[in-house]
Write a protein that binds this ligand. Structure first.
Ligand code: PAF
Length: 286
C-alpha cells in the first residue's frame, strides 16, 4: 500500500491501473478505523482492480468545533489496518489540498438532507458531506464507492447526489458492523465514558424491539416505536430523535406497510451516537 497526500500524487498512482482497464474502488473515511471500516475496505479489495481508501476528517461537515477537535485521529494505526484490509492506496490529504485558499463552492442535496441528522446538525452538515464526497469522486474517479448502512441518511443522500449529477459511480451500501452487545461500531465509541458505554447498546435493543413489534403485526409507527421507547427509558436514554421514516424520502410514515427505516440518535455526554434498522411487516399468509 502506498500513502499519498496530494491530488497530483493520487492521480499518478491511479493512472497505471486505469490505463490497464482495472476497476478503481473508493472507501471514503474520516479515519479512526474500526471493524466497520475494515469490512468496507475488504469489500473494496474483493472487487479486484485498485482500491483507494481516503482518510480526511472533513471540517466542513462538523457543526460543532469541539466535536471536530475531539474526533479521534491515529493515522499510523489506520494505515496498518488499511494495508491489512487490502487497500492499495491510502489518500490522506491535508485540509489545504481539499479546501485551498479561496475555496467557495458547495454541493447541496435538498430534501433528504433536511430531517433527522439535518434537523439536529443543521444544513451545513450534509452540505459538507455532499461537497467532500463530490470532490473525492472527482479526485479518484472510482467505478464503485463503499459506504456503511449505519449512516443511512448519508447513504441515501449520496445515492441521490450520484443520480442527480450523473456521476458514473456505483454506490454500494454495506451492513452495519456491531460489537458483541449490539452497539453499532463507530469511531466515536472510544470517546464514551465507561457508564455510557454500558448504556449505549440499549439503542440497538430499542431498534430490535421495534423490529419485533413490526414483525409481530404492529403497523402503527407510534405503537411500534413505543416498544423501543420502553427499552430506552429503562436505560435512562432520551433520544434526540427516534423515528419511523420512508426509505425513499425520510418523511415519517403513517403506517408501516413496506420496508421502513427506524432511525435513532442520542447523546451520551458530549458523544452523539446514531443507529438504524430496516423493518418490514410480516408477509400476510394466504
Ligand atoms: O462517513 C464518513 O466517514 C464521512 O461522512 C465521509 C463519507 C467520509 C465524508 O467525509
Amino acid at each position: 500500500m502506498i500513502l499519498v497526500r496530494t491530488i497530483v500524487e493520487l492521480r499518478s498512482a491511479i493512472a497505471g491501473a486505469r490505463g490497464r482497464g482495472s476497476p478503481v474502488s473508493l472507501v471514503p473515511t474520516m479515519g479512526a478505523f474500526h471493524e466497520g471500516h475494515v469490512s468496507l475496505m475488504r469489500r473494496a479489495s474483493e472487487e479486484g482492480g485498485l482500491s483507494v481508501v481516503s482518510l480526511f476528517v472533513n471540517p466542513a461537515q462538523f457543526n460543532d468545533p469541539s466535536d471536530l477537535e475531539r474526533y479521534p485521529r491515529d493515522e499510523a494505526r489506520d494505515a496498518r489496518l488499511a494495508e491489512d484490509a487490502g487497500a492499495d492506496i491510502l489518500f490522506a490529504p491535508p485540509v489545504s489540498q481539499v479546501y485551498p485558499p479561496g475555496f467557495s463552492s458547495s454541493v447541496e442535496v435538498r430534501g433528504v438532507s433536511a430531517p433527522l441528522e439535518g434537523a439536529v446538525r443543521g444544513v451545513e452538515h450534509f452540505r459538507g458531506v455532499a461537497t467532500v464526497v463530490t470532490k473525492l469522486f472527482n479526485m479518484v474517479q472510482p467505478d464503485v464507492a463503499f459506504f456503511g448502512q449505519k449512516d443511512a441518511q448519508q447513504a441515501l443522500l449520496i445515492r441521490r447526489l450520484v443520480r442527480d449529477l450523473d456521476m458514473p459511480v456505483r454506490v454500494e451500501v454495506c451492513p452495519t458492523v456491531r460489537e458483541g452487545d449490539g452497539l453499532a461500531m463507530s469511531s466515536r465509541n472510544v470517546l464514551l465514558a465507561p457508564g455510557d458505554r454500558e448504556r449505549a447498546p440499549a439503542l440497538y435493543r430499542a431498534l430490535t424491539a421495534v423490529e419485533r413489534a413490526v414483525a409481530g403485526g404492529v403497523h402503527h409507527p407510534d405503537e411500534a416505536l413505543a416498544a423501543g421507547t420502553r427499552v430506552l427509558t429503562e436505560a435512562g436514554i432520551v433520544p434526540e430523535y427516534f423515528a419511523a421514516v420512508s426509505t425513499d424520502t425520510l418523511a415519517p410514515v403513517r403506517r408501516i406497510t413496506g420496508e421502513t427505516l427506524i432511525a435513532i440518535a442520542a447523546r451520551f455526554g458530549a458523544v452523539r451516537l446514531i443507529d438504524n434498522v430496516l423493518v418490514r411487516p410480516a408477509e400476510r399468509r394466504g
